[in-house]
Ligand binder design. Structure first.
Ligand SMILES: C[S@@+](CC[C@H](N)C(=O)[O-])C[C@H]1O[C@@H](n2cnc3c(N)ncnc32)[C@H](O)[C@@H]1O
Length: 214
C-alpha cells in the first residue's frame, strides 16, 4: 500500500484510507494499482448491520424506478443501517437532499455518525419520528420527488407519503412478506391514481413467510 501523501511515512498498522493507492498482485509478476475511494457499493458490503439492509441489486432497481436524479428531494423511512440512504445520497448529489426518518433514537444517531464518516452528511438529514403513527412532517408536503418506505406496516404511512409527493412523484415500498405487499397495495389503490407496479419474487416471499412463522 502506498500513502497518497508522499510526506507521510508508510504504516501497516492502520486501515486503508480514502485516496490510498493499493497495489494488487494478480499473479506473482503482475501487479495493478487501485486508488481506493469509498463508494456506496463498498459501504453496503462493510457497514455494521443494526437491522436487515437493502443490497445493491434492489437499491439499483429502486433508484432507477423512482427516477432519482441529481437535485431530487427524497423522503425515506426507516433509516435502519443506512445502506440504502448512502446510495440515495450519491444519486441526489450535489444539489438534492435525502430526509430519512427512524423512530429508534440510537439507530438514527449511529446512522448520522456513519453518514459523517462516509462524507455524505451534507446530503442527508436524519430525523427521529414514528412515521407509521405520525406520518412525514408537514413541512415537506408537496415537495418530495420520491418517497421510499421500508417499514413493518408501510400501509399506515401511505396516506402521508401521498401528501408529501409532488405531482408525478413516485412512491416505492419494500416488503419481504406477501401479506405486507397485499395490504400496502390496497392502501396505494385507495390513496393514489396512477401506475401501480408490483415486483416480487415468490420464492423470496415464501422464505420470508417461513422466517416470520418460526
Ligand atoms: C429493515 S430496517 C430499514 C433498512 C434500510 N432500508 C437499510 O437499507 O439499511 C427498518 C427500520 O424501520 C424502523 N422503523 C420501524 N417502525 C418504524 C416507524 N413506525 N417509524 C419510523 N421508523 C420505523 C426500524 O427502527 C428499522 O430501523
Amino acid at each position: 500500500m502506498l500513502c497518497s501523501d508522499g510526506t507521510k511515512k508508510l504504516s501497516f498498522g492502520g486501515s486503508i484510507k480514502d485516496g490510498d493507492l493499493v497495489i494488487v498482485y494478480e499473479k506473482r509478476d503482475v501487479m495493478k494499482a487501485v486508488k481506493v475511494s469509498p463508494t456506496p457499493e463498498l459501504w453496503t458490503l462493510v457497514l455494521s448491520h443494526r437491522t436487515q439492509i437493502l443490497y445493491i441489486a434492489d437499491i439499483s432497481f429502486l433508484i432507477t424506478y423512482l427516477e432519482i436524479v441529481p437535485g431530487s428531494l427524497v423522503l425515506e423511512s426507516g433509516t435502519g443501517s443506512g445502506s440504502l440512504t448512502t446510495s440515495l445520497a450519491r444519486a441526489v448529489a450535489p444539489t438534492g437532499h435525502v430526509y430519512t426518518f427512524d423512530f429508534h433514537q440510537q439507530r438514527a444517531a449511529s446512522a448520522r455518525e456513519d453518514f459523517q464518516s462516509t462524507g455524505v452528511d451534507s446530503l442527508v438529514t436524519v430525523g427521529v419520528r414514528d412515521i407509521q403513527g405520525e406520518g412525514f412532517p408537514d413541512e415537506y408536503s408537496g415537495l418530495a420527488d420520491s418517497v421510499f418506505l421500508d417499514l413493518p406496516q408501510p400501509w399506515l404511512a401511505v396516506p402521508s407519503a401521498g401528501k408529501m409527493l409532488k405531482q408525478d412523484g413516485t412512491l416505492c415500498s419494500f416488503s419481504p412478506c406477501i401479506e405486507q405487499v397485499q395490504r400496502t397495495c390496497e392502501a396505494l389503490k385507495s390513496n393514489f391514481r396512477g401506475l401501480l407496479r408490483v415486483r416480487g419474487d415468490i420464492g423470496q416471499a415464501r422464505e420470508a413467510l417461513c422466517r416470520t412463522a418460526q
